[in-house]
Design a protein. Structure first.
Length: 78
């Protein structure tokens, strides 16, 4: 998921782990170009719909706390 800010990317990863028990790896420069920082989400076959739903709820809350623009989600999906 594209975030586009290295500090917010790391903070989102930290909040997801500390507050929700969800580990998602932050991907920052130099792995990706500056301004394209993102969270790498890698679902597996054991991630059921309920777990995906919990992730979505956690992401919505973390995005609100960090003031990450949701338009970034749409751009990344296109």
């Amino acid at each position: 998921m594209l975030i586009g800010d290295p500090e917010k990317c790391k903070a989102a990863s930290d909040l997801l782990l500390s507050d929700f028990g969800i580990y998602i790896q932050p991907i920052n420069y130099p792995t990706v170009p500056r301004g394209t920082e993102r969270l790498r989400i890698t679902p597996g076959p054991l991630h059921e719909d309920a777990l995906i739903g919990r992730l979505v709820e956690a992401l919505v809350e973390v995005w609100a706390r960090l003031d990450v623009q949701r338009e970034v989600w749409v751009q990344a999906a296109e």
